[in-house]
Design a protein around this ligand. Sequence first.
Ligand code: AMP
Ligand code: ZN
Length: 489
Amino acid sequence: MDTSLHIYNTLKRRKEVFEPINPPFVGIYVCGPTVYSDVHLGNSRTFISFDIIYRYLLELGYKVRYVRNITDAGHLEGDRDEGDDKFAKKAKLEQLEPMEIVQKYTLGFHDVMNIFNTLSPSIEPTATGHISEQIEMIQEIISKGYAYENNGTVYFDVEKYSKDYQYGQLTNRKLEDLLEGTRELSGQDEKKGRLDFALWITAKPETLMKWPSPWGWGFPGWHIECSAMGKKYLGETFDIHGGGMDLQATHHTNEIAQSQACSNTAPVKYWMHTNMLTVNGVRMSKSAGNGFLPHELFTGNHPLLERGYSPMVVKFFMAQSHYRSTLDFSNEALQASEKGFQKLMKAGETLNKLNADSESTVNIEELKNNCYKAMNDDFNTPILIAHLFDAVRIINSAKDGKEKLTEQDLKGLKDVYKTFVFDVIGLKEDQAQGSKETELTGDLIDFILNLRLDAKKNKDFATSDKIRDELTNKGITIKDTKDGFEWEI
Ligand code: AMP
Ligand code: ZN
């Protein structure tokens, strides 16, 4: 059996044998969330996929430094350095300081990651904590001749860079095609070339988050933070860089250009991209407004949801598709995953109660090899899960006396569960009940709020207010609508 790990490298558009630059050390950088709003289930899919990748590298014995940043500044609404700063806009909307927004949504993100039982990264650096590193890198790019300043804003000179390097290689696009797809510059533009992008943006009088720099007060462009922090913590060239596929064309393309311009070397050996979670075929995104928040999924409190599903069921549902395939959300698919998850967990409990036989009718070593083989093939979790169901079948047959398992077989099966179900996919046993409990909670809240509606109809405002206040005290937000009510925990 080929025991080496094969990874699909987006840059080379092929699967290749994984060879770390400096074994046994492995450096991974994953673009983290932009913390101006809640993470939705699509974002969670990307972070859960990389959690499984991280966990499997650890399982293979690598010493992994996993860096996942927090984008807490420098993110304008458009990809083209236009529009409002997302943090400042949200701060105004919620009447908070931008850093209160950052804190609120960073904590929310960590909660979601904990609920999904993901491991914390080794380092979680923030953009605002690395302004000087970003300024230094921009200065270096200017000194190499690949960036220029205009009125306090610094732009990356894509055409100049393209004379020496290949811009757009990550998505296999030629400069001419890219130019064709971009709008002409108007006379008012400050940048020289249509594809040039901002490394540093000058502050306007109303800009809330700004820092002093050699080019005056301003703030960094989005792409430079990942180049600067990747270099600082993982070196000029590191092993794996990941993120969602939507980041390839602009963010990661520009990251390669910045790092290459600065250090004259390719920053990353293996680029990895996760595919999108979709709803009815449409990509889930903050801007499209079709993003369920994880807690809506757990409580079932969303118009597209028939009921709630436990976090481990949702995680299992995600692991049932390969990270490079799109995954379409549906109630039917989640209900099927729930059955599968419960079957897997139940067999785990049965396994602990089985007695050993003196002879064996199964081959657990082969089963275990198959699990490794699946994960070694570009982290193929759906195939892994198919093999885990071979284990389920063996356990249930042994319970019915149709298969015989020796002490060693039982130990082998327990190893398979520990390694793959708990350590690699990162599932937890105790959540199987979760969906029933959350469903019951949802039903009870609906019931109480219907009583409140009746009270209101009977002009019993004392009771109606009492119900509202009690629920509010318990952290349930109630919104009265023309059809009745909506609520949120
Ligand atoms: P953001 O907070 O928008 O910067 O996104 C954080 C991460 O989630 C990035 O790696 C995105 O590529 C990823 N992402 C965004 N939308 C989706 C989606 N629908 N499915 C999977 N990943 C997504
Ligand atoms: Zn990034």
